[in-house]
Ligand binder design. Structure first.
Ligand code: ITT
Length: 199
């Protein structure tokens, strides 16, 4: 049984990652299991740098295998912004969503393309590292729709379904999302490691 600590303070991510990593081979720990963890400043220039910093610091501190996710929303019309600054674009989800909608006011549907990006990194206490990166393409809605998920989900429209992530709900979102795809690749890596541990 592999114990893996999900190194994130974002409860929306915790829920999604737990659902996807659900496996008899893996015991999931969260930051709640470790009070007094240090705060980590995300000052990297890439998703990779930030994800690595989160996973490595928390792994050093706890001695556990750590999985971190650094993700963001890249909007074509805003030249890729907010990108790695997605969580810092306002003080709460509503503010962040309103900021995007304001910047895209009067921008027609064919110029509202966007994608979510997720870099997931698994760091072992001995320094071993595994990284995966995945994307999910869509566009920005004209107003928030749906109640599920977190972050920018109410304004991220998935063309195949003509629904936002917040309307689709966790199950379908996990099947198609940037994080869902990244975590399923991670699961394959983890299963291989668990199998090789047995031999
Ligand atoms: P941790 O660093 O503790 O993991 P965080 O929320 O700060 O939490 P990030 O730095 O990776 O995480 O920021 C990612 C932000 O991008 C997140 O806060 C959301 O605003 C947005 N985001 C990422 N994935 C998303 C998703 O699936 N749905 C909606 N918004 C998402």
């Amino acid at each position: 049984m592999l114990e893996i600590l999900i190194a994130t303070n974002n409860l929306g991510k915790v829920k999604e990652i737990k659902d996807i990593l659900d496996s008899p081979e893996i015991k999931i720990l969260t930051m709640k299991d470790f009070p007094h963890l240090p705060k980590i400043e995300e000052d990297g220039k890439t998703y990779q740098e930030n994800a690595f910093k989160k996973a490595r610091k928390i792994s050093e501190y706890t001695g556990k295998i750590c999985l971190a996710d650094d993700s963001g929303l890249e909007i074509d019309y805003l030249k890729g912004k907010p990108g790695i600054y997605s969580s810092r674009w306002g003080s709460n989800d509503e503010e962040r969503i309103n900021k995007v909608l304001k910047l895209l006011e009067n921008v027609p549907i064919n110029k509202r393309n966007a994608k979510f990006v997720c870099v997931a990194i698994l760091v072992f206490p001995d320094g071993k590292i595994y990284t995966v990166k995945e994307e999910c393409k869509g566009s920005i809605e004209f107003k928030p729709k749906g109640e599920h998920g977190f972050g920018y989900d109410p304004i991220f429209l998935v063309p195949e379904y003509d629904k936002t992530f917040a309307e689709l709900g966790d199950k379908i979102k996990n099947q198609i999302s940037h994080r869902g795809k990244a975590m399923r690749r991670m699961i394959n890596i983890i299963n291989e490691l668990a199998a090789s541990e047995k031999t």
